[in-house]
Design a protein around this ligand. Structure first.
Ligand SMILES: Cc1cc2nc3c(=O)[nH]c(=O)nc-3n(C[C@H](O)[C@H](O)[C@H](O)COP(=O)(O)OP(=O)(O)OC[C@H]3O[C@@H](n4cnc5c(N)ncnc54)[C@H](O)[C@@H]3O)c2cc1C
Length: 303
């Protein structure tokens, strides 16, 4: 019976029952039935084959900075991309593997005198997560910088230029079903000191407006013309908690794990926020965070 430990599959070692709370910024979530951090494209392909042969669901994650994992975990294979972290700069073009983190990428771009990523430099996600979420801050969206993307579809890599992608608010529609393995960005040459100063400035602004501690960034998307944080604040959610989870007093669209929170605490708090805002303003908030596992979220978003 495969229950714990590791499972050899060709050249791969797949781990069993790995707690995902270790890999989410909220620090909550149960185990993945199977788990792997591939170090190459070949391993990624093999891992997908492992799941396919067992008819098992796959979930690909990056930094876990936008994820709520159910306390009962995920019954399939989780592939975490953070060790796919190669990158290359040629002229004003930057190519990065899916697992490279945005703050790191912004720094290496700055050291090469390339501007464009400064606004996004405080977002703790990977390139794969940033692309699929079309991560954005301070008027800049990741999609604006993308020249092409490479998707792993079954066992083949296909490249698509950005005109085949549809960048929406906190969501990108890919031209085909697959996993992001590499992204090509086009940046703009600029003065290194000025780029470094802009990064410092955006990081400072973030620190003064967002809570520290274990969060997953904004919980809900901003509805058309409104700020979710403002609606939650006016609905009286600031500082409201369930178990170890609490709506931040600094920014009401952030839920903080103040210690010992469960995914269920966070989930119930989200439902409470959505219900109160709906009751008071008639606006239905849609989650920005992705939920994996046995959650039942009525309404749009969340998956
Ligand atoms: C303190 C803090 C501040 C934040 N500030 C911002 C902000 O200003 N703006 C903003 O937009 N977000 C913000 N976020 C949220 C988060 O960092 C972004 O959404 C980020 O892009 C998620 O990347 P990730 O690697 O952590 O993805 P994960 O959370 O691991 O996954 C998120 C989604 O991306 C998918 N995914 C990840 N990698 C791949 C891949 N290779 N191929 C296909 N799908 C993939 C997953 O399946 C999942 O659906 C913040 C989060 C925190 C904790």
């Amino acid at each position: 019976m495969e229950s714990r430990g590791s499972f050899p599959f060709g050249k791969l070692e797949i781990s069993g029952n790995v707690k995902l709370s270790r890999f989410t910024t909220w620090g909550v979530g149960g185990p993945a039935r199977y788990f792997i951090e591939p170090i190459s494209l070949e391993q990624f392909v093999e891992a997908l084959r492992f799941a396919r042969e067992r008819g098992m669901e796959v979930f690909v994650m990056g930094s876990g900075s936008n994820l709520l994992v159910h306390d009962s975990g995920f019954p399939g294979l989780v592939i975490r991309t953070v060790r796919l972290n190669g990158w290359e700069i040629r002229g004003d073009r930057l190519t990065a593997d899916a697992g490279v983190k945005l703050p790191f990428l912004a720094r290496i771009a700055a050291e090469s005198g390339l501007s464009g990523l400064e606004e996004l430099s405080g977002i703790p996600g990977t390139i794969g997560g940033a692309l699929i979420q079309n991560a954005g801050a301070y008027g800049r969206e990741f999609g604006e910088l993308v020249e092409w993307v490479e998707l792993l579809i079954d066992d083949k890599v296909e490249r698509y230029t950005s005109d085949a992608l549809k960048f929406c608010y906190r969501r990108t529609i890919l031209p085909a079903e697959g996993y992001i393995v590499r992204v090509g960005l086009r940046l703009v040459s600029s003065d290194k000191d000025r780029i470094r100063e802009r990064i410092r400035d955006f990081v400072r602004r973030r620190r003064s407006t967002q809570p520290l501690g274990r969060t997953a960034g904004s919980v809900f998307k901003n509805p058309e013309g409104r700020a979710a944080g403002w609606l939650l604040d006016r609905a009286g959610l600031k500082g409201v908690g369930i178990g170890g989870a609490k709506y931040s007093k600094v920014h009401a669209n952030f839920i903080v794990n103040t210690g010992g929170a469960t995914a269920d605490d966070i989930f119930r708090l989200m439902k409470m926020g959505r219900e109160r805002v709906l009751e008071i303003f008639g606006v239905e908030l849609e989650p920005e965070i992705k939920m994996i596992g046995a959650f039942e979220w009525r309404g749009s978003g969340g998956r």
